[in-house]
Design a protein around this ligand. Structure first.
Ligand SMILES: Nc1ncnc2c1ncn2[C@@H]1O[C@H](COP(=O)(O)OP(=O)(O)OP(=O)(O)O)[C@@H](O)[C@H]1O
Length: 228
């Protein structure tokens, strides 16, 4: 049975030089495994902060995050072990080859087939002939495909992607978006994408628009139409 994350009356705020910055209040959202979501909104509205709360990596100021597997509440540590991340800046380790970047999360989990599985994933993202290249010798689009393979190699239930196409040209952005959505669908993983790109957002099954501290929810079934 699919798992889900629930945000219940979640609010976030920060103190900045004595002033309180309110980002959002009383958000109630559900993220279901196997579905795709986009978070849009103006710069500074709190999209990345919301993503971190959803992933169980940041504490909200108020409200709570609950994680359910088989309709039973589960510890947030088990959610954290089931999530992969993709960032705008790729965050690959520069001294490691593509293969070893992708194998690393599996090695850290003690998987003795880490390199074989990494090879399979690099082939899936179209980099079978680039496995031994270090990140500096790869294009931006290729680096992001390595990052996708690294995020997906341990078969997480959730992928959180913060501006995954923000550093890419239009063609690479299109290819990375295709891979991101198709791989998550194939793996039955939820995908949550923070983006300023409306075309990318429209590919998600549900779009959350964060503005003025509130989160409007809209559905969009035309997700295969326009590409970023
Ligand atoms: N740990 C923190 N302490 C203080 N302020 C923070 C912290 N994290 C985020 N902020 C502030 O909260 C606001 C929202 O940040 P966030 O990165 O979530 O916005 P965003 O919508 O993702 O922005 P952008 O689209 O520009 O990336 C910003 O003003 C940021 O400086």
């Amino acid at each position: 049975m699919n798992s889900q994350i629930q945000l219940i009356n979640v609010s976030q705020q920060f103190s900045d030089q004595g002033a309180t910055v309110h980002l959002f209040s009383n958000l109630n959202l559900v993220i279901q495994q196997g579905r795709s979501y986009a978070i849009t909104g103006p710069s500074g509205s709190g999209k990345s902060s919301l993503l971190m709360i959803m992933a169980g990596l940041e504490q909200p100021h108020a409200g709570r995050l609950s994680y359910f597997t088989s309709n039973t509440i589960a510890p947030l540590d088990s959610l954290r072990r089931s999530t992969g991340f993709v960032f705008q800046q790729f965050h690959l380790l520069p001294e490691l080859s593509a293969l070893h970047n992708v194998a690393l999360p599996l090695k850290l989990r003690g998987d003795k087939y880490a390199e074989e599985k990494a090879e399979v994933w690099l082939a899936k993202v179209g980099l079978a002939n680039r496995m031994n290249h270090k990140p500096t010798t790869l294009s931006g689009g290729e680096q992001q495909r390595v990052a996708l393979a690294r995020a997906l190699v341990f078969e997480p239930k959730y992928i959180f992607a913060d501006e995954p196409t923000g550093n890419l040209d239009a063609n690479s952005a299109h290819d990375v978006a295709d891979l991101l959505f198709s791989c998550c669908e194939e793996q039955n993983a939820a995908l949550v994408v923070v983006t300023h790109c409306q075309k990318l957002a429209r590919r998600a099954q549900r779009v959350f628009n964060l503005e003025f501290g509130h989160c409007g929810v809209q559905r969009d079934d035309a997700r295969r139409g326009a590409l970023c």
